[in-house]
Design a protein around this ligand. Structure first.
Ligand code: AMP
Ligand code: ZN
Length: 465
């Protein structure tokens, strides 16, 4: 499997540190608002990466943090006369609801900064002790000049870095690029005790401390949107490698932006749509499909037109599955016909092609094209003369491939429900025609699948056992 590594700017063969387990850290949102559709991109993309690894048999330890203390959260709390904690709690719950809607699996751990302060303090202490950080009047800075490879992820040299650093007038810093690890408390703000006085952590140190605590000193994959490359991830490398004395991350993955009119969608620019707003018009599943239709590193323009086209594409897949269901329920023959057996290799070749696309740096756009090839194959080869087994085989393939991308999972349940209803109708018809043998067979077949039928005066009811 090949993954594009931002650190080396190359597609590299992926070799995990351990044989069966993959350690992945994905930077999560700062929780002071509903997540916008740009934030949803890394959610969906890296959940799909995780699902693919799981499909290949790996156990994935997946950590995604919530930044639950930050200037923007405090500002919002003041505006709404609430505590920062209340604001964070509310938007964490909302973000988790959105993730569930998008069919993003829960992380193995969702750590929050405010619950990891001792680990953060311990890491800062270590950095000071090792000569990589210094304190001035209650603020602790990371000394970028002490970390020789600073700039290696963003591929910036010293000059670029200096030009890029927002040079604040701050006489306490030894160098303009040095960044804050700990800042002293301000009136009315939440704070924690520390060796440098009451205060709170800077943003970057949280991810270094949490990655170490939950995954160890060296991890396989660290991911986020490309805006995080500099300074956030550059600073994470500096902190972690300086403190732990070991390489921090083996593969850095970054998704491209969601743009509106070719400009990055962001909360601060105000050109954003919350996921909630979009989900009122389009099902979450269409949003997921839309994101996966492009390569994760390419920018995508967000527009209603593209969403509509994603919706109709997804419908085409679902219709193919519904047609197959109809064939399954009405097939005359159970076992595969000879000409169908000769097509099995072709069906398997779609799976192989899908895997090849995914293993080429998670090319979900190509993987989806393969699903459409399978849909076209279905439309050509599956019809009322097909056997039940043949239709079932194709249906399972389509559903399995979609499931790897986190699509059609709920559909499967709907489809099963529809199928059960159809079988119940068939049984009713058989009973009317006094075809007791067929009626009993349908009942027994359903029972074998864990479905119990109950004949009531209001009609037939069914339940799962
Ligand atoms: P934030 O809450 O801004 O820290 O962002 C949370 C995640 O969303 C980070 O991984 C960001 O890189 C990512 N992100 C923010 N805006 C966009 C965008 N317009 N397109 C793609 N990813 C984004
Ligand atoms: Zn982070």
């Amino acid at each position: 499997m090949k993954i594009y590594n931002t650190l080396t700017k190359k597609k590299e063969e992926f070799i995990p540190l351990e044989k069966n387990t993959i350690k992945m850290y994905v930077c999560g949102p700062t929780v002071y608002n509903y997540i916008h559709i740009g934030n949803a991109r890394p959610y969906i993309i890296f959940d799909t990466v995780r699902r693919y690894f799981e499909y290949k048999g790996y156990e994935v330890k997946y950590v995604q943090n919530f930044t639950d203390i930050d200037d923007k959260i405090i500002k919002k709390a003041n505006e709404e006369n609430k505590t920062a904690m209340e604001i964070a709690e509310k938007y964490i719950a909302e973000a988790l609801k959105d993730a569930e809607g998008l069919n993003v699996k829960k992380a193995t751990v969702h750590p929050r900064v405010t619950q990891e302060i001792p680990e953060i303090i311990a890491m800062i202490e270590k950095l000071i002790k090792k000569g990589f950080a210094y304190e001035v009047e209650g603020t602790v800075y990371f000394d970028t000049q002490a970390f020789k490879s600073y700039g290696k992820l963003s591929h910036k040299n010293q000059e670029d870095l200096e030009a890029g650093a927002r040079i604040e007038i701050n006489e306490n810093k030894k160098h303009p690029m040095d960044f804050v690890l700990w800042k002293p408390k301000k009136e009315g703000e939440p704070f924690w005790e520390s060796p440098w006085g009451d205060g709170r952590p800077g943003w970057h140190i949280e991810c270094s401390a949490m990655a170490k605590k939950y995954l160890g000193d060296t991890i396989d994959i660290h991911a986020g949107g490309e805006d995080l490359i500099f300074p956030h991830h550059e600073n994470e490398i500096a902190q972690s490698e300086a403190a732990n004395g070991k390489p921090f991350v083996r593969y850095w993955m970054h998704n491209g932006f969601i743009n509106v009119d070719n400009k990055k969608m962001s909360k601060s620019k105000g050109n954003f749509f919350t996921l909630r707003e979009v989900a009122e018009e389009f099902p979450y599943e269409v949003i997921r499909f839309f994101m996966l239709s492009a390569h994760y590193r390419s920018p995508i323009n967000f527009s209603r037109q593209l969403m509509e086209s994603a919706q109709s594409s997804l419908e085409r897949i679902k219709n193919a599955v519904l047609n197959l269901d109809h064939i399954i329920n009405h097939a005359d023959k159970d076992d595969m016909l000879e000409e169908e057996i000769s097509l099995i290799d072709k069906i398997e070749s779609f799976v192989k092609k899908f895997e090849e696309a995914m293993e080429d740096d998670f090319n979900t756009a190509d993987a989806i094209s393969v699903i459409f090839e399978l849909v076209r194959f279905t439309n050509i080869h599956a019809n009322s003369k097909s056997s039940k087994k043949f239709a079932l085989t194709i249906k399972e393939k389509i559903i399995n491939l979609c499931n790897i991308l986190g699509l059609l999972e709920k559909e499967e349940e709907n489809i099963i429900d529809k199928e059960i209803e159809e079988l119940i109708n068939k049984r009713q018809k058989a009973r009317k025609e006094k075809n007791w043998a067929l009626a009993d067979k349908i009942r027994d077949d359903l029972k074998e699948r864990g479905i119990i039928l109950e004949d009531t005066p209001q009609g037939v009811k069914w339940k799962r056992i």
